[in-house]
Design a protein. Structure first.
Lengths: 135, 129
């Protein structure tokens, strides 16, 4: 086990765990716009691989509940709380909730402001998905 | 700012390359598989350059993805990276470049700079795959 805490000379680092790539794209972009350093994981196993890297330095785990594999967000959160007890874990049930939680994180975050409203993230995810479904 | 889509199933390698390219002021999107890359390329997101690994889980590998891009978006530059011992068969893919892992990040950045990525090509718009 490593401490895996971020040093103070870089923006707060969020590990975003989301198996829906278009949702991950929009939420990660939003968090970067408000100043976070975002590391993307497409699954719980990817998240655990990144958490085990001592040089990355993660402050917050921001995970969907449904991850499309055996280890879901709840199981990931339990594992994180056991192995990295200093890390905050935020679980989100759907992309609207994820956008709201990301908005809250932006209000608390390094730049102390939202770059735009979370609803715009929701709208962007819907636009991304709608074009895909039209294909 | 041109957008780069990185397709890599190793989350640490993907993070390192993405972080480096962001530090070079590129707009970077990440996909963990070729299937995820197709999702992005078929969406409203705009992609100006694709960088893909070869061996990945899912319905297609990076070479199949490159062939699909070549067929549907012929002007989208594609860079392939691979750690395979044997050189993969890259014939007919019209690649912009091939880098063997472990690649030098500065060489990748220099190549991207040499491409002078231009978003104003006909098929560089969203949803072109």
């Amino acid at each position: 086990m490593n401490e895996n805490t971020a040093s103070s000379d870089r923006p707060d680092t969020v590990l975003l765990v989301e198996n829906e790539v278009l949702v991950r794209l929009a939420i990660s972009e939003y968090l970067r716009h408000c100043g976070y350093r975002v590391i993307e994981a497409a699954s719980a196993s990817e998240a655990l691989t990144l958490l085990a890297e001592p040089d990355i330095g993660i402050d917050v785990v921001f995970s969907a509940v449904e991850l499309g594999e055996e280890t879901d967000g709840f199981a990931l959160a339990r594992r994180v709380r056991t192995e990295w007890p200093g890390l905050n874990v935020i679980l989100t049930g759907n992309f609207e909730k994820a956008a709201r939680e990301a908005g809250d994180l932006c209000e608390e975050g390094p730049h102390l402001k939202k770059p735009y409203e979370p609803q715009q993230v929701v709208d962007w995810i819907k636009r991304l998905r709608n074009l895909r479904r039209d294909k | 700012m041109p957008s780069i889509l990185i397709v890599e199933d190793d989350p640490v390698l993907r993070f390192v390359l993405a972080e480096f390219l962001r530090s070079e002021n590129h707009d970077v999107m990440e996909a963990a598989s070729a299937d995820e890359a197709v999702e992005i390329l078929s969406s409203a997101a705009v992609v100006d350059l694709l960088i893909t690994d070869v061996e990945m889980p899912g319905s297609m590998d990076g070479l199949a993805l490159a062939r699909r891009v070549r067929a549907n978006r012929p002007s989208l530059p594609v860079i392939v990276v691979s750690g395979w011992g044997a050189l993969p068969d890259l014939r007919g893919l019209g690649l912009s470049a091939f880098f063997r892992k472990p690649y030098d990040l500065d060489n990748v950045a220099a190549h991207i700079a040499s491409l002078a990525l231009d978003r104003n090509t006909d098929d560089a718009q969203a949803g072109g795959l």
